[in-house]
Design a protein around this ligand. Sequence first.
Ligand code: ADP
Ligand code: GLC
Length: 487
Amino acid sequence: MTIRALHVASELYPLLKTGGLADVAGALPPALIERGADVRVLLPGFPAVLAGLTDMKEVARIGQRFGAAHVTLEQGKLGANGLIVYVIRADSLYERAGNPYLDAEHVPYGDNGQRFALLGWVAAQLAQQLDPAWTPHIVHAHDWHAGLAPAYLKAAERAQGRALANTVFTIHNLAYQGVFPAQLFDQLELPPDFFDMHGVEFYGQLSFLKAGLYYSDRITTVSPTYSREIQTIAQGGGLDALLRTRTHDLSGILNGVDYTVWNPSTDALLPDHYTSTRLSGKNACKAALQKRFGLAQQSDALLFGVVSRLTEQKGLDLLLAATPEIVRRGGQLVVFGTGDPAIEHGLQRVAQSHPESVAVELGFDEGLAHAIVAGSDVIAVPSRFEPCGLTQLYALAYGSLPLVHCVGGLADTVVDASLENLADDLTTGFVFNHFDPHSLALAIRRAFALYGRRSEWKATMRRAMRQDFGWGASADRYLTLYRELAP
Ligand code: ADP
Ligand code: GLC
């Protein structure tokens, strides 16, 4: 039997991206299709989504919902691979330029509850023949934005006394919980008893994430280590007890890399190309990066790069404190990202005090992200917590050794340059165990020490580049899960 699965998400590369969720939503469905599944995606009709699809046609008229006057379901195709994408057209909710979640002042839109309730509601309708031509066996909801989909499905099953699609809910980040005032519940059209501790209620409020965790048939998260961490009080964000009760339905499946997008031998966004056996093009990428950011053109300065959302999660405050150490040892640092204004200002201040060796640029740009990953010697990901992390996986593919905190997916994907790992030819980067300046400083010292032994550094680069983090193995695991659940 061909399994039909609907992925429900708020962003998808290359249409719209604020972080790794978009990369996953863009790469996992095609990987599943390659393995014989019939997969489609449902997205809100943000301007960039509507603009990026071809062959748009109307699927169904929905009418008035969640405060939007004219809701319709449309369907289009992704040019690159023909992926079929359903789009919810509700212009009063979604037709807003820029970030899909925040207004121009970085404040969440006041109607995010309605905007994403509609996403979950339409997903559940698709499992009830909203598109007569295609009904999923599995609804696979990603993060809090899609968290109500399993709740609506459970409510519909109960009302109709029949089984509908089974659901998988994937946690990409437990820190974003989609919490809204309890009053919103009245607008959601869920059965009254769903507002309960055993349901969508969360400390007197309403949580979309909790809805996903409570009502889905299976829960996954994006790395094995994170799946264990979130079941502890320290890292469970108030949901650890619920996650522990669901421990047998919870698994960690590592994200993958789309090597058609992230490949230094073909990447059209780079000034030069290279492979693990022909590394010389990487020097040109480094020189171009130093030039682009106004750093001293020194080929032998150890260049640390950061491409990141600038939020508390990403731990850049710790890296900032270590900047003098990097500069003192003759290294350089490039930071590119956007996010929290306080972190942005802190970074700019540090850059101003070391203009020759530290450069900070604020913004979001796919081309620059690739150029930094390729041109750096080390990519730093010092996150406080990291569900999976894709940046360190891209860094490995580009031979830019990741320097990471030993948490979540970072712990699962990078092997430290300890003497014993070097002796056993296992090293792929630098891992610090404790989120404190001393532990980070030691990892930075290991990076400089290895860089001083050029042949070992090169061998490590080659090993990093040969790691296979493609989507194949992970897509197989999701398919196994679907098969267990499908009728
Ligand atoms: P997260 O999803 O928590 O932000 P990941 O490492 O999983 O972390 O994914 C981040 C993704 O966003 C990567 O594709 C990375 O290249 C991209 N990214 C982050 N910041 C920027 C930026 N400023 N410009 C372009 N891409 C960025
Ligand atoms: C989240 C996490 C990140 C993960 C990404 C994709 O944004 O912060 O660790 O890689 O989702 O799953």
